[in-house]
Design a protein around this ligand. Sequence first.
Ligand code: UN1
Length: 555
Amino acid sequence: MIFQDAVRTVLPVCSGQKRVRSFIAGEWVWGYGNEYVSIVNPATEERLAIVCDVASCELDAAFSAARDAQEHWYFEVTQEEKERVFRRVAALLEECRGPLAWVLIQEGGKLWKWADAEVQEAIDTVWHYHGEIGRMYGRQIPCQMPDKMAFTLRRPYGVILGITPWNFPLAVPSWKIFMALAGGNAIIVKGAEQTPTTLSLLCYLVERAMIDEFGATKARRLSSILQAIHGKGETVGAYALEHGAYDKVLFTGGSETGAIVAAAAGRRRKPVELELGGHGAMILLSDYPMDRAVDEAITANLGDSGQRCVSARAVFAVQGRADEFVARYWERARHVRIGNPANPDTAVGPLVSKEQMERAHGDIQRAVASGCLQCHGGSPFLGHDGLRIWYPNAAPEVWSKGYYFTPTVLRTESLANYAMQEEIFGPVLSVQSFSDSNREEAVWNAVKLVNASRYGLSNAILTNQLDLAMKAAERIKTGILYIGRGTTGAEVGKPFGGIKDSGFGREAFGLEEVTYEETVYIDYHGKPRMAQAGAEEGTLARLEAAKDEGKRVFA
Ligand code: UN1
C-alpha cells in the first residue's frame, strides 16, 4: 500500500509518459529545466520513464528551504525523535524491499540478488546511523593554564550537497543521506541520470516516516531536510555546484568528474568528500586453492557486471599460476548464465546503458592495441552472433537486444596495458604474473604492482599465510583490503573510501565527514592573561639577554 502511494507520487503519468519527479521544498516537482533523460531498461531497451532537469529557480528554492529546515532539525528535534524517524524509515524500507529491488532490476539491470542486497545495504545504513545520532561526541582537552578549560562541540556543517552515481542508486544515496541527517544536517541529493527513481522513492519514505512520527504540520516544517534533484550532470549538477549555498559536497562517481566537482567546490571554498573510481587488484599467492581463487574473481568481477568501483579489475598471480588462472577463469566465465536479470536463473545481467556498453568495447580495443598476450571475450553480444559457440549458456535474449557484454579476460605482460592502467567499467579482468625467487620477495613484488596503480580503493590478497597477508596489508596503499577473498563486499559500519585517484574521505561509518569541531574555551581565572603559559614569566629578561645576537641576524 505504502509502496503504491509512493509510486503514484514519485512517478506519475504525464502526457502518456511516466515521469520521475524531484522533491524540492516539500513539493513533488516535474522539473522545469530544458533537458530530459529517458530511463531505459538495459535488459530490454524499453523506455520506462523520463526524468526532467530541475530549473535553476527550483534549485534556488531547494537551497533556501534546506537552510531553514536544517535549523529546525538540528535545534528543535530531540535525539529521541530523530531516532524514531530513523526506526520508522527502516521499517518502511523493510516493508517495500521487494518492489524497491524490482526498481533496481529494471532501471539498472541489477541481478535480483544484488538488487535485494542493495536494499539490505540501505536498511543496514539506516540502522548504523540510528546508532550514530547519539554520538555527536566532542572532547575535553586540558589547557596550558590553571583555571581554564577547553572542549569541542561537534556541529553539523549545515546544508550538504550529495551527488550520487547510477551503479548504487539506493545504497550510495542512503550512505550520504543518513550520515548527513544523523549529524544534524539537511541534504540535497542529485540523483543519477540513468537510475533516478529509487532516490525519489527513498525521499518519499523519509517524508512518510516524519509524518507518521510527528504529524503533518511538524513534518511539513522538516520536509526540506532531504530533497532530491534530478537531471543531467552538466546542467543540474554543475548549477548546484556553482550555486554555492551549501556547506559541503559528498560526491560519488568517476575520478575525472571528481576533479571537476572538487574544482567547482574549491572555487566556493567548500570542503568536498570524493568517492571515486578504483582498480581493484587481487594478489594470488602459491598456497591459495585455484578453484577458490576463480570463484572469488567471478564474484568480484562479474558481480553487478563489473560496474562497481570496488570490482576486481586485475589479478596478480605468483609465477606459474597466471596461465592456469586465465584458462580456468575463462572456462567458468564463458559458461555463466548471462541474461535478463529479472529471471531467477540469470547469473550476470547487462551493462547499464548503450553508452557504457560502447565505452567498454572501445576500452578493450585500446587494451588489446596496447599489447597483451591473450584476450578472451571483449565485445557486446548484440550483433556478434559468431560468439554463440563461446557462450553456450547465454540466454536467448542477449543476442537480440539489451546491453549485454561478454565476460572478458586479458592475459597481460606489463602494467603499460590500458586495462591495467584504467578502470574499464564492465566484466573485464586482466591477469599478470609476478616473480617469486623467495616467499617474502614474492609479496613485495606483488605489492609493487598494486601500488603502481593511480587508484587505491579496494584490493585483496588471496593466501592463508597470515604473516604475508599482514605485510601486504601494511604496505599496499588502499582504502580497503580484503584478506582471503575478492575485492567486493564492503560492509556498512566500516569506513568506506579510497586514497590517491580513488578520492578522500570515508562514508558508511561515523559522522566525521558531515560534522566539524568547534573549540570552546572557558577561562575562570578572573584577569586578562596570555594563552602561552611559558611566555608569562621572564619575557623581558630573556629578550634583553639575547638582544645583541638577535639584532645580528639581519645585520
Ligand atoms: C561501489 O563499488 O560503488 O562493496 C560501492 C560492495 C558494496 C558497495 C560498493 N557494498 O560491493
